[in-house]
Write a protein that binds this ligand. Structure first.
Ligand SMILES: NC(=O)c1ccc[n+]([C@@H]2O[C@H](COP(=O)([O-])OP(=O)(O)OC[C@H]3O[C@@H](n4cnc5c(N)ncnc54)[C@H](O)[C@@H]3O)[C@@H](O)[C@H]2O)c1
Length: 317
C-alpha cells in the first residue's frame, strides 16, 4: 500500500467522472485522494462515490492534499493555465487533449515541465486503443507492405458541452495523433476545408495530409451526424486494414483472404491512466510526451490556418 501514488482530479464533468472511476479501479497502483470542480455539487458527488475529499479551488486541493500526480479534465481553454501552475509545483500531470489551445502555450508548458523534471502527458487516448496498437504492430511487421493511404472518419452529434473549441482541436486531434503514432512522422503539408453550422467555431471539416514516401492521409469529421462513427482504414501495397475505434474490431484483407482477428475489448482510458501512473512511479518510459502533444497542436493549427486561408500549409524543414 505504501508505494501507491497519491492522485487527484481537477474537473469532475462528463470525462473527469471516468478518470475518477478508473483511478478508483486502479487501486493497486494509486489512491484517488481528492477531486475538484468549480461546481461544488459535481465535486461532492464524485468525492462521495469514491470516498475522497472534494474541493472547489484546485490550489487549495494541492496545498492541503499534496498529490503526486494530477489529471486535468477541465474545458480545453483552461488547460494551459491550470497545467502550467500544477507543473510548476513539481507535480506529474496528465492533461486532457488538446493539451493547450495554442502552440505558443504548449511550448511554454513543455519547457516548464522539462525544467521541473515532471511527467507531462497529454491525453491522446487512441494510441492506447488496443485496435490501434494491433495495427501499429501489423505496420511495423510489414504485413501491409508500403503504406499508401491512411483515412479516418470521426462523426457524431455535437456534444453541446464543448463550446470553447471547434471540432479540429476537440476531435480531429485524435486522428492527427493516431496518424503520427502509426506512421512515426509528421505530415509535411496539410490542406483543409471547414465550415460551421451550429457551433461558434468550425463543426465540419475535411483534411488532406501529405507524408513522406507519398503517403496520403484524409480525415473527415463533423458534429451533425446522429450516429457516432469512428473508423480508420490503412491501405498498403500488400493489404488493407480497417478498425472500428469503438468496438476495436479489425478487418485485415489481402488478395486471398479477409480476416477478423478475435481480440478482447479493453478500456483505452484504463490502459492510458495505468501507463501514466506507472510512468509517474518511474516503472516505465512515458509513451506520449508533452512534446508529442505539442506536435499534434502544430498540425491542428496548420489545419485551421489552411481552412482560413483556403490553401495548403507546408511545414518548414
Ligand atoms: N480523451 C478523450 O477521449 C476525451 C473525451 C472527452 C473529453 N475530453 C477532454 O476532457 C476535457 C473535459 O471535457 P468534458 O466533456 O468532461 O467537459 P465537461 O464540461 O463535462 O466538464 C468540465 C468540468 O470542468 C469544470 N471546471 C471548469 N473550470 C474549472 C476549474 N478552473 N477548476 C475546476 N473545475 C473546473 C466544470 O465545472 C466541469 O464540471 C476537455 O478538454 C475534453 O477535450 C477528452
Amino acid at each position: 500500500m505504501g508505494d501507491r501514488l497519491k492522485v487527484a482530479l481537477i474537473g469532475c464533468g462528463s470525462w473527469g467522472s471516468n478518470h475518477a472511476r478508473v483511478y478508483f479501479e486502479l487501486d493497486d497502483l494509486c489512491e484517488l485522494t481528492a477531486v475538484c470542480d468549480i461546481d461544488k455539487i459535481r465535486a461532492e458527488r464524485i468525492a462521495r462515490k469514491y470516498g475522497c475529499k472534494a474541493y472547489t479551488d484546485y490550489k487549495e486541493l494541492i496545498s492541503e492534499c499534496r498529490p503526486e500526480a494530477v489529471s486535468i479534465c477541465t474545458p480545453s481553454s483552461t488547460h494551459f493555465e491550470i497545467a502550467y501552475d500544477i507543473v510548476r509545483k513539481g507535480i506529474d500531470t496528465l492533461v486532457e487533449k488538446p493539451m493547450c489551445t495554442s502552440v505558443g502555450d504548449a511550448l511554454k508548458l513543455v519547457s516548464e515541465a522539462e525544467r521541473m523534471g515532471v511527467v507531462l502527458m497529454p491525453g491522446h487516448i487512441e494510441c492506447f486503443n488496443p485496435g490501434v496498437r494491433r495495427i501499429k504492430s501489423m505496420i511495423d511487421e510489414g504485413r501491409l507492405g508500403d503504406i499508401l493511404m491512411i483515412t479516418a472518419k470521426r462523426v457524431s452529434y455535437w456534444p453541446e458541452r464543448v463550446g470553447d473549441v471547434g471540432i479540429v482541436m476537440d476531435t480531429v486531434i485524435h486522428d492527427v495523433y493516431v496518424f503520427r503514432y502509426l506512421l512515426s512522422e509528421n505530415p509535411y503539408e496539410v490542406y483543409a476545408l471547414a465550415g460551421r453550422l451550429m457551433h461558434r467555431f468550425e463543426d465540419y471539416v475535411g483534411v488532406i495530409l501529405r507524408y513522406g514516401e507519398s503517403i496520403i492521409g484524409f480525415i473527415e469529421a463533423n458534429w451533425m451526424t446522429p450516429r457516432k462513427v469512428r473508423n480508420l482504414t490503412i491501405t498498403g501495397s500488400n493489404a488493407i486494414v480497417s478498425l472500428d475505434y469503438l468496438t476495436q474490431e479489425i478487418v485485415y484483407e489481402n488478395r486471398d483472404s479477409i480476416v477478423t482477428p478475435i481480440a478482447r475489448w479493453d478500456e483505452p482510458l484504463k490502459i492510458e491512466l495505468r501507463h501514466f501512473i506507472e510512468a509517474s512511479l518511474g516503472k516505465c518510459k512515458l509513451e506520449v510526451t508533452g512534446y508529442d502533444g505539442l506536435e499534434a497542436l502544430k498540425i491542428c493549427e496548420a489545419i485551421l490556418e489552411s481552412s482560413r486561408m483556403r490553401k495548403p500549409i507546408r511545414f518548414e524543414g
